[in-house]
Design a protein around this ligand. Structure first.
Ligand code: BGC
Length: 782
């Protein structure tokens, strides 16, 4: 694994410096990783084996099928055993017990001519059996070290069943909450997304890939998938090279630099060329510029789907185009199995190109130690699951992922949350308080509903059964009789406090193929909410979802709202500890929270436009010409309901002004620094601000640093995150928070798509979110 050269410096520097890898555009710089797939000593073994392989055996290594059950569909074949014995399969997925992986592996290792082991994969996305909060929630912790630990636990569990490859992390930048897969990623920001991407890779791959509890990571979906037009899954994307490099590629780069062993090519077409047959991204960027030496796997049948995209009229052409573009392995479509041999014998695909992909696959198998240890230890399997340290991590992760969106005064004129432990009668209302599968979210691995401690169960334990009444009121996605609804309202009227558990259910409404055109509460939930608020009782809304939901009415009328996302197996204990103040909220949004669907795509790091609507007193509809001919809606505000980076605590913080300290900054020197190892990590400017805890409770705050570059060759975002730090402050305490910025913080992809620092005016904010803070400026000279 690569260890960053800046790892020894102070925390402040480390946080900024970590983003270097993601942002850097220096060409042809292979990751500085001397183990795993980058271990040069593997090459001789790979070559020796490659020389012994027949064409059929070589093709076999780039063929992958889903054996199906219980985690995913199969690929409709029944002859896997026979194919494995003939060396026709390199990888299998969707098998999830040691007994089954061993059964297939025995055929590969004992019956096939060359005894090349199979690599078993699975979508281990936010835990395997110990299911953590969904990735969007994990990112909301702003805590890469914690995310790394969750991935380590997932690797420990998955590897115990023989799964040595996960199709994770999903590092797609997502700027549109309509897209159901926003739940699988780290949100809208490339800097934070890069931090999270690297954290997952470190967690999965451990210190060495060949340790028995390490699994290979797969950064997906390369690339641009999150930019699906209209937020509709699998839809077309159009992304300029500039935006691709500046926004969508950095998290992949960070994953590669952290040593990610594999990459998955995406379903979408990118500027007309399917991402799974795209030589620019797969060959030029990934291989030539980044020096990636791992395996590029297709997404599910995305090789065959290039026909549907319209760039091939038959399966053989689809195979040729995807393979020549750089997709090493064909997931599930059988197109390589059926056609690659013939394409090579007829010279349409060079033998050398096939050898290159086979090398990549073999290198991965050697790096994982599969030749030495092909089998899972069946005795380790059960012991590895749901271990107490993992379960307690699941609770911590959930607590840190919650984002407190609103906390207005309750009856005692103090903020409604945290709730008091004074024996209040609680009405817990809503369909999601005890929906166990929903809490697991999408892609829940081997997670089981029975492993979840529900919100309802944990609350009953905390307040005592006698103080709690729980009624669903309505169904999550529809249904619920008038009588049930009325009973829930009546029970609320008799309670001291009402806690509403509403939102979108994790399994059915989040994840792949769950794009939504409406982002309100499904079914009759809004009606239930309004009727309960009308009782006049203090209401806390605990919102479960895989994305932000547009709930302007709730944000206006409900005093306290907590975004709980889909919290995983420790949903209940984490929520109870949070609502009762044993744990304070520290999470912050990693997506801009829309007011209405019509604002989407919505993201903070947008361009200013030539006619920004930057007056704070715009009226709807527009009042005068000043207000009219600007970039705005006539029927909605421009700003989000809650900005990126936002999240309340049970205490309050005050930010002082941003102070900058730098000697003369020159664009030429900084640009040289971008491409020079030592200079890249050297701070050229420090920025600091005092942060004070102005409340009466101790509190943790995630302090953020943003920059804006003006006067550049290509317009830059109104703000871009370049660092963050977590600080702990006692009541009344002030800390000076200092960020040390390295040249990358001021760099951009210029009008010739080069990564440079230009003569520019830099504005810096140290702030609690992307919409506040006092700016300071500095000029970078030519
Ligand atoms: C998804 C991938 C996933 C694959 C294998 C596809 O439908 O897009 O993210 O890894 O299936 O299950």
């Amino acid at each position: 694994m690569m260890r960053k050269s800046c790892a020894t410096v102070t925390i402040a520097v480390l946080l900024v410096c970590a983003g270097l890898e993601a942002q850097s555009g220096a060409p042809a710089s292979a990751p500085d990783v001397r183990t795993g797939i980058y271990d040069p000593s593997l090459d001789a073994r790979v070559e020796t084996l490659l020389r012994r392989m027949t064409l059929e055996e070589k093709v076999g290594q780039v063929v992958q099928y889903s054996a199906g059950q219980p985690t995913g569909p199969g690929t409709n074949r029944t002859d896997y055993e026979d194919m494995i014995a003939k060396g026709q399969i390199g990888a299998l997925f969707n098998i999830s017990t040691a007994k089954e992986t061993n059964r297939y592996q025995r055929i590969a290792v004992e019956k096939s001519r060359l005894k090349i082991p199979i690599i078993f994969g699975l979508d281990v996305i936010h835990g395997f059996r110990t299911v953590f909060p969904v990735p969007l929630a994990l990112a909301s912790t702003w805590d890469p070290a914690l995310v790394e630990q969750t991935a380590r636990v997932a690797a420990r569990e998955a590897s115990a069943t023989g799964i040595r490859w996960t199709f994770s992390p999903m590092v797609d930048i997502a700027r549109d909450a309509r897209w159901g897969r926003i739940t699988e990623g780290a949100g809208e920001d490339p800097f934070l997304g890069s931090e999270m991407a690297a954290a997952y890779v470190r967690g999965y791959q451990g210190t060495r890939l060949d340790e028995p509890d390490s699994i290979a990571a797969c950064a997906k979906h390369f690339v641009g998938y999150g930019a699906a037009e209209g937020g509709r899954d699998y839809n077309t994307t159009e992304i300029s090279e500039h935006t691709l490099r500046q926004i969508y590629l950095p998290p992949f780069r960070a994953a590669v630099n952290a040593g990610a062993a594999t990459i998955m090519s995406a379903f979408n077409s990118l500027n007309g060329v399917p991402a799974s047959a795209n030589p620019f991204t797969l060959r030029q960027v990934l291989r030539e510029e980044w020096g990636f030496r791992g395996v590029v796997d297709s997404d599910w049948e995305s090789v065959r789907e290039v026909i549907q995209h319209g760039i091939a009229n038959d399966r053989a052409t689809a195979a040729r185009k995807a393979f020549l573009a750089g997709v090493d392995m064909d997931m599930a479509s059988s197109v390589y199995h059926d056609h690659l041999g013939q394409l090579v014998s007829s010279g349409q695909v060079p033998q050398e190109r096939l050898d290159e992909s086979v090398r990549n696959v073999l290198r991965l198998k050697f790096a994982l130690g599969l030749f030495e240890h092909p089998y899972a230890d069946e005795a380790r399997e059960a012991q590895a699951m749901l271990r107490p340290d993992g379960v307690s991590l699941a609770r911590t992760a959930a607590e840190r992922s919650f984002v407190l969106l609103k906390n207005s005064p309750g009856p005692n004129s103090a903020p409604l949350l945290p709730l008091s432990n004074s024996g209040q009668r609680i009405a817990l209302i809503g369909p999601l308080a005890d929906d166990l599968p929903s809490a697991l979210g999408s892609w829940a691995g081997l997670g089981r509903g029975e492993d979840v401690v529900s919100f309802q169960a944990a609350l009953a334990k905390h307040v005592g059964e006698q103080n709690l009444i729980h009624l669903k009121g309505v169904g999550a996605t529809g249904g619920g009789s008038d009588e049930d609804l009325a009973a829930a309202v009546a029970a609320s009227a008799r309670a001291d406090v009402v806690i509403l558990a509403l939102g979108e259910p994790g399994g059915e409404m989040t994840g792949e193929a769950t794009s939504r055109a409406f982002l309100g509460l499904p079914g009759r939930q809004q009606e239930l909410l309004e009727k309960i608020v009308a009782t006049g009782k203090p209401v806390v809304l605990v919102l479960f979802s895989g994305r932000p939901l547009t709930l302007p009415w709730a944000f206006e009328h409900v005093p306290a709202v907590l975004a709980a996302w889909l919290p995983g197996i420790q949903a209940g204990p984490a929520l109870v500890r949070t609502l009762y103040g044993e744990s304070s909220t520290t999470g912050k949004l990693v997506v801009s929270w829309p007011r209405s669907v019509g604002q989407e795509p919505l993201y903070y790091n947008a361009l200013n436009t030539g006619r920004p609507a930057d007056k704070s007193d715009l009226t709807n509809p527009p009042g005068g010409s000043d207000d009219t001919y600007v970039s705005r809606y006539i029927d909605e505000r421009n700003d989000p309901q809650f900005p990126f980076g936002y999240g309340l605590s049970y205490t309050t913080f005050r930010y002082g002004s941003t102070e900058i300290n730098a000697s003369e900054l020159k664009a030429s020197g900084l640009t040289a620094g971008l491409h020079d190892g030592a200079a890249r990590t050297r701070a050229v400017l420090t920025a600091s601000a005092d942060v004070t805890n102005t409340g009466s409770r101790p509190g943790e705050e995630i302090v953020q640093l943003y920059v804006r570059l003006n006067g550049t060759s290509v317009a830059q975002p109104v703000r871009a995150l370049k660092g963050f730090q977590r600080i702990l402050l006692a009541p009344g305490e002030t800390k000076k928070v200092t960020f040390a910025l390295v040249p990358d913080a001021f760099a951009l992809w210029n009008d010739r798509n080069q990564w440079v620092v230009e003569q520019e005016k830099v504005t810096v904010w140290i702030s609690p979110d992307s919409a506040h803070g006092a700016p300071a400026t500095v000029q970078i000279l030519p």
